[in-house]
Design a protein around this ligand. Structure first.
Ligand code: KG4
Ligand code: ZN
Length: 340
């Protein structure tokens, strides 16, 4: 099996992005993502609307992925899909589609854990980057996840710490909402923070386990702070937007770096690989780069298109599992809660 060319069609539908990708071995031939715009109006993902949008998007997205890869469905070796974790209604669309297609084409079906996929996205073949070696520490930071994971090999991972409440992306988005910025506000906080003073306002660092996270207290303290200041000056937010954003970002990055530091101390491992949409944040990227020089860390950040939710990362896990013949049965079910 080692020398055979393997074509994987991968499907991701765990939250609000409908995505399909085609991989030739560990190389991405296409990676199509339809981001659902409807949720913007509601300031967050509405599960019922997400499921409906997946149903509308899935066939065109798969067609586009095959067309862009210039692969006929008859050439496919297997179908990989996100089994969980995620929104049940959303997962059901991708799971049912993948099962039907594998049955129709009579090729293997491969289930993939979305969180493992965020971490294994680092193994997508990309001529520009070097890959981490086992064992390494993974940090997944997005609108739905915040986890520190010890990655022992492709399929053996251990969660060292995680959020007890909000995910870090939610902390960015909810803070942005308090400031009157549209959803998702994370990239806007990053943008305004560039011109601000990160030490102008200070927010508390939550006291939780040394490898765990908590962001709900931070959100509340930002809310109370803004309410207090707006009472004194109705234009406080607009007058201080850059400094507020810089201070919020500074606090969040400080929390992430503190926890990574603890993980490095605990494991003695200095290879850090990050994933998830918040990996785009310029503050976290800069802080990681600084640690390379100051603490001899080796840090890995995949291309942005492989950081946010995408099917290419599901495809790389599909490929790795295909080589081990880790196939799924047709009676497999989606899992909204699915631990790595
Ligand atoms: O991985 P992702 O696309 O979807 C999931 O949540 O699974 O991540 C989206 C999250 C949102 O919370 C968004 O605000 C945040 O990533 N985000 C950022 C930045 N770009 C995206 N947060 C801070 N700074 C950014 N530059
Ligand atoms: Zn994700």
């Amino acid at each position: 099996m080692e020398n055979k060319t393997i074509y994987i069609l991968a499907i991701e539908s765990s939250c609000d992005d409908t995505s399909a990708a085609v991989l030739c071995n560990d190389k991405v031939l296409s990676n199509i993502v339809a981001t659902q715009q409807i949720h913007k109006e509601y300031g967050g993902v509405v599960p019922e609307l997400a499921s409906r949008a997946h149903q509308q998007n899935i066939v065109p997205v798969v067609h586009q992925a095959l067309a862009k890869a210039n692969i006929d469905k008859k050439e496919l070796s297997a179908i990989a899909f996100t089994r969980g974790p995620g929104l049940m209604g959303s997962l059901l669309v991708g799971t049912s589609f993948a099962k039907s297609l594998s049955l129709g084409l009579q090729i293997p079906l491969i289930e993939v854990n979305h969180m493992q996929a965020h971490l294994l996205a680092h193994f997508i073949k990309d001529d520009l980057s070097t890959k981490p070696t086992f064992p390494f520490i993974g940090l997944t930071i997005s609108g739905g996840h915040t986890q520190i994971v010890l990655i022992k090999n492709y399929f053996k991972m251990e969660i060292l710490g995680q959020t007890l409440d909000d995910a870090v992306g939610e902390a960015f988005d909810k803070s942005a909402k308090i400031l009157g910025l549209p959803y998702p506000g994370g990239p806007l906080i990053d943008k305004y923070a560039k011109d601000g003073n990160p030490k102008k306002f200070s927010f508390p660092i939550p006291k939780v386990g040394e490898l765990d996270f908590s962001f709900s207290g931070l959100k509340t303290s930002i809310l109370y702070f803004i309410q207090r200041e707006v009472q004194k000056d109705a234009d406080f937010v607009s007058k201080n937007l850059s400094d507020i954003c810089a201070s919020i970002q500074y606090t969040i990055v400080k929390i992430l770096m503190l926890k990574l530091n603890n993980a490095v101390k605990k494991t003695g491992i200095k290879q850090i690989a990050i994933g998830g949409g918040v990996s785009a944040n310029s503050g976290i990227r800069k802080a990681l780069k600084n640690r390379e020089h100051s603490h001899n860390w080796e840090t890995y950040i995949p291309k942005f298109e492989y950081c946010t939710d995408n099917a290419a990362m599901i495809g790389i896990v599909g490929y790795l599992k295909y080589k081990e013949e880790l196939f799924s049965k047709q009676n497999i079910t989606a899992k909204a809660r699915y631990h790595i």
